[in-house]
Design a protein around this ligand. Sequence first.
Ligand SMILES: *Cc1c(COP(=O)(O)O)cnc(C)c1O
Length: 360
Amino acid sequence: MSKYNFCAGPAMLPQAVMQKAQKEFLDWQDMGVSVMEISHRSKEFLALTAKCEASLRRLMNISDEFEVLFMHGGGRGQFSAVPLNLHQADKKAIYCENGVWSKSATDEANKFTSTTRVDVRNDADGKFSIKNVADWVLPADASYIHYCPNETVDGLEIFEVPSHPTAPIVADMSSTILSREIDVDKFDLIYAGAQKNIGPSGIAIVIVRKTLLDREGLAKPGILDYALEAKQGSMFNTPPTFAWYLAAEVFEWLEAQGGVKAMEAQNIAKAELLYNFIDESPFYSNKVAKHCRSRMNVPFWLNDESLNEKFVSQSKEAGLLALEGHRIVGGMRASIYNAMPLEGVQALVDFMAAFAKENS
Ligand SMILES: *Cc1c(COP(=O)(O)O)cnc(C)c1O
């Protein structure tokens, strides 16, 4: 039986990548040792990191105006790094809030800098929704604008990019990076913890406009210092080498699949299949307004919630793993990142249809 893992994170990785990693686990590039057992400053590992960065730059079309950093500490590490690096004494940081993660980012930033929260939700008629980006009211003077294009817990995605006349735009792309084409030039700083759509946990990708590296910010730990990490080739201290290696393998796999454009087409097909089924079913529902439904994280509810436990246990028996919803939101959630094939979503829809029939 094929098994499909719908975990929100750490999430499934492409099977081809896992098989390659397994094959070369004990002996990488005929060196007689694992990639985990060599110096991060060896020429072999430096070749890997160079290849990794080049591949990411091609995938996302990242220009030379940007530095690409591979840092420690996942998404939340960046919740601290962003204010520490971008703080300006006389200005406030604007935090646009549309769900669990963006609120959490504000809470962390408040430890270091002064923030203004801007609520960009406009839930109505029992539907969760987000205001059009053009209607966001962003104060004129700000050190930076932070927002979260894909709220992993709430299942809300913002497809437009906000803009501001002077303040840099910072985006937490932990759960949407590489899932669809974006224009990196519209951003000043993009960050993402790896474990949703890139590789294993332990590493975070930071794409930062070089001009921002001149900001003094606040006193900060070396491992969260963008300018220092840029100068040191992301090797101020020992990086998470195995996570970096796997990220490079995932990027190579993505390029072989046809890059982000091909991924986006498949992600649209997967999301439509699942949302259309839910919308047409009297048994299930999704509470997110259509224009801001996440393509990566699909929360859904059984209209009869007393069947939740039965749904979770029977789906697991059917090889569909980790469908239980986030404790804050309840219900179910299917995370369908790049590594999830269309067949996995089809298997889920088939199971949901059979379950609905049996229990109606
Ligand atoms: C998972 C996630 C985070 C937190 O990532 P960690 O690596 O666990 O710190 C932050 N933001 C978003 C949008 C996420 O999905």
